[in-house]
Design a binder for this molecule. Sequence first.
Ligand code: MIC
Ligand code: SF4
Length: 640
Amino acid sequence: MGKNVVQKILNSHLVSGKLKNGEEIAISIDQTLTQDATGTMAYLQFEAMGIPKVKTKLSVSYVDHNMLQTGFENFDDHLFLQSIAQKYGIYFSKPGNGICHQIHLERFGVPGETLLGSDSHTPTCGGLGMLAIGAGGLDVAIAMAGGPFYITTPKVVFVKLIGTLQPWVTAKDVILEVLRRVTVKGGVGKIFEYGGEGVKTLTVTERATITNMGAELGALTSVFPSDMQTKKYLKMQGRENVWKPLKADSSARYDEIIEIDLSALEPLIARPHSPDNVCKVSEIKGIKVQQVCIGSCTNSSYHDLMIAAAMLKGRKVHPDVSLTVSPGSRQVLEMVTKNGALADMIAAGARIVEVACGPCIGMGQAPPSGGISVRSFNRNFEGRSGTANAQVYLASPETCIATAIHGVVSDPKDFGAPIVIKYPKSFIIDDSMILHPSEKPEEVTVIRGPNIKPLPKKEPMLDTLRGEVLLKVGDNITTDHIMPAGAKVLPLRSNIPAIAEFVFEKVDKEFVKRAKEKGGGFLIGGVNYGQGSSREHAALAPMYLGVKAVIAKSFARIHRANLINFGVLPLTFEDENDYDFFELGDTIELPDIKNKLRSKAGITVQNVTRNKEIKLVHTLSPREIDVLCVGGLLNYQASS
Ligand code: MIC
Ligand code: SF4
């Protein structure tokens, strides 16, 4: 039987298990990436494993998130990351070089290989034909130590693209259309493989916009074939030597098929506060906006910035709008600087922000209170922008710039004649901000400022878990709700005791106090609990506060894995309606839980306060149960 692209890559990396839907498999990891906000923890964990050098083909550590440096913490972290990279055989991309996903696509991605990254948008490199997966830092640390990565064999969804994008319709609109159809929870347990005639018409950076924002589907990853477009892109990056063709066999089978006619798409926009709350731009045009932001790992390629500049050339940003532009990489910034496009943006009134994640993660440029911000980014979760009551919309750079000029949400189709961006023969290649590992690692001392605190430890699981419901939340709770980011909290990523003070800050200000007073307890969640980022702090900090288990209607993949990695039990209701039987402050008990997890006997939770017994289920593999019982993956690794 013919194979699809996903099966081909999985097969060539299979370490254990069988490719059978729903079964756990282990795959080998060729490359890893980390960014600073998750990287410090990942490297502390790697260090704890006592391995002298990474065992991957390539590991890269990026600094792109924590760059405001309002105190010593960020720079401390950067120095820690730089020194640890030098010592352990890791490449280090300095702050200012660009956003991890964009640089990885430009300088390191290899078709057909696997990439594991401690950031949920790692699937960006799927645009190059890589199987690129986001995970918690501890999983990445294990991959750096040569361990495999465990996944449940995913379903493969074939996204068949036909036709060609019409003027002013972009790759962003393709992924917004997929999100509209599939929703933020529809991708769980699936990989989205793109194919069909329409694929040929999309450049690698357009493909990368699609695979990047595929993270918002809750999918394991998204992938494109590797074809002549891939070759062309790699050639422009001076890396044609790593190209190889990769496509699905003609008789390949898929679990589901979605067909999208590119010719029929229109400019789309995601309304507050979810990336799947999508409608046509034309349906909401005219809404007054205060801010427009171009950038992020989704849309800050050369093409994205060039089109923004071409639209702005000779025009002015609307007097009531603040337009920010944060280029995705130094390569792009240097190119638009040299060819004059940057000057066109500056002349139009754009505010040029540093090459970094910046406003996407609330590191500066928070909108005004109740303000409307239209962004070329990938997430518009409530409060993520740094302003609790801001209304954030997500759209293509074309829609964003038309909006910035007119001061109201505007359909780029009304803008005028289509603009064609010409590419240079090659990009500017200068890897001088990527530092090589030291040739004398034994002479490198790891620099540890006072912000770098040791990892908290977790004891093995008790036979019976008992405690109070510390919080009950609704559906689609994001990791931004659980463990907020932004300029105040992000610098504390290497310091769990300090960052734990902010857990659920935006949901319930009393949560931390309560968790401490009660000596820990339980969380009750709705559907898709923990969607969004890969930040393991959303598991680690609650664990530090004594959270023993989360009982939810369903979980997002990365967060579920992070909970297990830190010894917090993720359980689901057998009947979702039983969610209603739990209230804040109820005392609950999971009796004889270790045995029950191991045996096939059903699990029940006793709501002692309400004198009710409720049936629960789990999807834990035997390995995951062992991990949980010993108190998490670090203990498990140490004991095996
Ligand atoms: C995000 O977009 O939310 C982040 C910040 O890049 C996160 C990682 C993090 O929280 O450090 C992600 O997507 O994984
Ligand atoms: Fe950075 Fe935003 Fe991309 Fe996350 S989504 S990696 S914060 S640019």
